[in-house]
Design a protein around this ligand. Structure first.
Ligand SMILES: [Zn+2]
Length: 480
């Protein structure tokens, strides 16, 4: 049977940049074996050392999850499509309060285009005014979320973020402007949103969302929106939403691809039903490493805002029990069915986790950048490398970034992108000292591990990558 396997963006670098691969197979297992036979680099991304499918990789045949069918034994027919869906680095009873909520004449003028639609009308607009939403993250997703929810007249909006505005944020975080670089995101977001709609109350939480404060912050809001960009916070947001019984409007973005869903509504699934465990640090690149198409968070964040407004007004069908996948390059939307997993550790029939845990530890992240098997013996600081290069004892500088990154800024040296490294090892001499670098130190860490397992001993990872080099050694180098 000829079936098509759809390769998601983060894995395309291991499939020769193909977005689909056609194979002949009778079952899902056979199809994946053929796929990894053709593209061996995909294997370790899909399977663990025991040869089982990794738990953060979900496989669908057409729109059905194979976990609820015969897993890898699930048969496939001619023309079927197999999707690989990896995880990517996402009330109060208002009846009484609603009676007290009225719209002033100014508000009626402001919201007139809502009010003349019978689906929203006076009642829907009053529900919005009585409603409250907590947005986690005032970044790429938080920008359209903040703008549209404020414009729509949601009564109370809480925002959690502790970052400052960086020049590289402006390509997609449309809440901010150039003259605000270096300032607090929350202060500026609040000013901008208050300017847009003074009838909305804003609560700013300028702090790191943690297991200590999450439940306390969540309890005062009807709907939680996940606009985060890292796994520890995403799992924390999910678990805190389940524990406080709030719906969690999820969105995530990577390069050209986005996901969205509504978790924890009625008897619907949560994020952990979809991805019980996070990928190990370093395996899935972050947006800072993999990049993000600027308009993508605008689209996904707007979809989240749309779902929030539907939840608060009670209209339409929520994006519940469905995972929406969006591909900006193809301009295509796909939808996969999601079910609550009765064995889910947080929302299952017999939950084993009844409180918040240490999410940094759960995700294997110790600090803000990957600590993936760090070993000082195989590391070198930028200052040390500078000394070595100046002393004439020149090590081989190996750059494992992509050619388009090399074009932006480089340290000279040899360029072998991480994905090509396994097949190009013979170009390197294990007798020589090798210093490996990438942008921030994550991919080069992986490259060092790979070289070590291939017998290289004189190999070191440049801590902080070319980005740190540009900050400390050569400040004329552009940072990206
Ligand atoms: Zn669950």
């Amino acid at each position: 049977m000829a079936v098509t396997i759809i390769i998601p963006t983060p894995l395309r670098q291991y499939s020769g940049n193909k977005d689909t691969v056609k194979v002949q197979a009778g079952t899902v297992g056979e199809a994946l074996a053929k796929l990894t036979g053709e593209h061996p680099e995909l294997r370790r991304h899909l399977y663990n050392d025991e040869g089982q499918l990794r738990s953060f990789v979900n496989i669908y045949v057409n729109d059905e999850d194979i976990r609820y069918s015969r897993k890898t034994e699930t048969p496939v027919k001619e023309g079927d499509s197999i999707s690989i869906v990896p995880s990517i680095a996402g009330g109060v009873d208002t009846t009484e309060t609603l009676e007290k909520i009225n719209l002033s004449n100014e508000e009626i003028r402001r919201y007139s285009r809502h009010l003349i639609m019978p689906e929203v009308g006076m009642e829907g607009q009053r529900k919005l005014k009585a409603g409250s939403v907590l947005i986690i993250g005032a970044g790429g997703l938080g920008s359209p979320l903040g703008l549209y929810l404020t414009a729509a007249g949601v009564g109370r909006i809480g925002i959690v973020d502790y970052d400052t505005i960086d020049e590289s944020n402006l390509q997609r975080q449309v809440l901010y402007s150039t003259d605000q670089v270096g300032e607090s995101k929350l202060t500026k977001a609040k000013e901008r949103l208050h300017g847009l709609n003074p009838y909305v109350q804003f609560d700013a939480y300028e702090e790191h969302l943690s297991s200590e404060n999450a439940l306390d912050i969540f309890k005062d809001y009807e709907v939680i929106v996940d606009g985060t960009d890292n796994f520890p916070t995403r799992y924390l947001v999910n678990d805190a939403s389940v524990l406080t019984g709030k719906p969690n409007v999820y969105g995530s973005i990577f390069r050209f691809e986005g996901q969205a869903s509504v978790f924890g509504l009625d008897d619907g699934p949560c994020y952990r039903c979809l991805y019980p465990e996070p990928p190990p640090p370093g395996l899935v690149p972050s947006c800072a490493e993999g990049g993000v198409f600027g308009v993508l968070p605008g689209i996904v964040g707007s979809i989240q805002a749309n779902e929030v407004i539907k939840l608060l007004t009670g209209i339409g069908e929520p994006l519940q029990g469905r995972l929406l996948l969006f591909d900006a390059l193809k301009m295509s939307f796909r939808e996969l069915k999601l079910r609550r997993n009765p064995e889910c550790p947080v929302c299952g029939d017999n939950p084993t986790q009844k409180e918040l845990i240490d999410y940094e530890q759960f995700c294997g992240v110790e600090s803000s950048w990957s600590e993936y098997k760090r070993d000082a013996e195989y590391e070198i600081e930028v200052e040390e490398l500078k000394q070595l290069l100046d002393s004439g004892k020149k090590p081989v500088v190996l750059d494992v970034r992509e050619p388009h990154e090399y074009e932006i800024a480089n340290l000279g040296g040899e360029l072998i992108p991480l994905r090509e490294l396994p097949s190009r090892l013979k170009e390197l001499d294990s007798a020589q000292d090798i210093v490996v670098h990438c942008k921030m130190g994550g991919r080069s860490q992986e490259a060092v591990e790979l070289l070590k397992s291939a017998g290289f001993r004189k190999v070191k990872n440049l801590v902080g990558g070319i980005d740190r080099w540009a900050q400390i050694v050569d400040t004329s180098l552009p940072r990206y």
